[in-house]
Design a protein around this ligand. Structure first.
Ligand SMILES: [Zn+2]
Length: 374
């Protein structure tokens, strides 16, 4: 069985290397914007689409031009990866149109937002040094061993530091676990609490809140987004505000990953049958378009990924149950469907059920997982 795992380390570039990082990420951004502009113009003027293949060919000619000779200094794979990203963005956009899901039209990239570049191959690692083609050996702070085979290497700026991320593939035998049918949990992801758990036969109810540091960072994020929208376009203050926001996004993502990692590990270690609601991407995208909602959606997706990986690693049974079957309207005692209003916190049923709304949802999810496991 192959697992994917990423390993991230702080890079220790010298001044000249730092300049090269800026050049590489700048060139990647330039190529992305060039490709996007070309696709846009072609469509507006001639109603034609350009393929990735054609754009890659044009890139070769582009580099021959005198005024763009600086592109030759950049490793060609880094530039090709940028065109791949652009192509992916268009594929996602068109797939979204077909399925009636709102995925934004690809946007031009600005400096200071997600500065990065990546190599699909050609990277070598020796102890605490990494060889980056056309850049050279760079030292990094090796906090743990890299496992598996490196499939892709990304250099990314977070705040004012550069990091290297090795995306690896690890081959591992799946652990053989005797599944205990009594160790069950149903997980309902929510807005009020991050997760609501119904545990075991007795439906022990546990709510999991976002940690305080996360809630604080989320509040700040909303504040900074508002600030940014007030700044005039193209101004220096807007650039500063955007950079601030981008730093916070990055910080928040790291805090989150850490929280998700710990929570998923706790759940997977103590339960053998785990039920969780399948994320309904379409419903999410068409739902409330508030910032906090968008952030929650992204967080749920991240957490689910984390949980799936951990369940696989520990040999536990994870079931994703459909939102339709695990409807919040369904009574977890008798199965009857009752109406429940948006703000209503208790669930009532004629069968005598009077229970917390989120617990009712979590029990439904757990019951479906138990049903699927037999
Ligand atoms: Zn009932």
């Amino acid at each position: 069985m192959n697992f994917k795992k990423s390993f991230k380390y702080l890079l220790k570039p010298k001044k000249v290397e730092n300049t090269l990082f800026n050049q590489f990420s700048g060139a990647k951004r330039w190529i992305f914007n060039w490709g996007l502009d070309q696709r846009k113009q072609m469509w507006e003027k001639e109603k034609k689409r350009i393929s990735l293949f054609d754009q890659n060919n044009e890139l070769v000619h582009l580099k021959k031009g005198e005024d763009l000779a600086w592109l030759k200094e950049i490793h060609s794979q880094v530039l090709q990866q940028s065109l791949n990203d652009l192509d992916r963005a268009f594929v996602n956009f068109f797939n979204g149109l077909k399925k009636n899901i709102q995925i934004g039209y690809p946007k031009f990239k600005c400096k200071g937002m997600k500065d990065s570049f990546r190599y699909p191959q050609g990277v070598k690692v020796e102890e605490d040094k990494v060889w980056l083609p056309k850049i050279g050996w760079i030292k990094f702070k090796k906090t743990r061993e890299i496992e598996g085979v490196i499939k892709q290497t990304t250099i990314i700026r977070e705040r004012d530091n550069w990091y290297v991320v090795f995306s690896c593939e690890i081959e591992k035998d799946l652990p053989k676990v005797n599944i205990d049918p009594k160790k069950t949990v149903g997980i309902d992801l929510g807005l009020k609490y991050f997760a609501n758990l119904a545990i075991g036969k007795d439906n022990h109810f546990v709510t999991i809140e976002n940690p305080k540091y996360l809630r604080k960072a989320l509040k700040k994020l909303q504040f900074l987004s508002k600030e940014l929208s007030k700044k005039s376009k193209g101004g220096k203050n807007r650039y500063k505000a955007r950079k601030k926001l981008s730093n916070l996004h990055c910080h928040l993502k790291n805090l989150r990953l850490d929280f998700f990692h710990k929570l998923a590990l706790m759940i997977v270690k103590s339960h053998d049958i785990i039920g969780v609601e399948k994320m309904n991407i379409k419903a999410m995208m068409q739902g409330l378009k508030t910032l906090s909602r968008a952030i929650s959606d992204a967080a749920w997706g991240m957490f689910l990924n984390c949980l799936k990986n951990k369940a696989l690693e520990y040999g536990k049974n994870l079931y994703e149950v459909s939102s339709f079957l695990a409807s919040t309207r369904k009574c977890s005692k008798c199965g009857e469907k009752n109406n429940i209003k948006l703000g209503q916190s208790r669930y009532f049923c004629e069968c005598g059920q009077n229970i917390d709304r989120d617990l009712n949802a979590a029990i439904n999810i757990k019951n479906l997982a138990v049903g699927a496991s037999v």
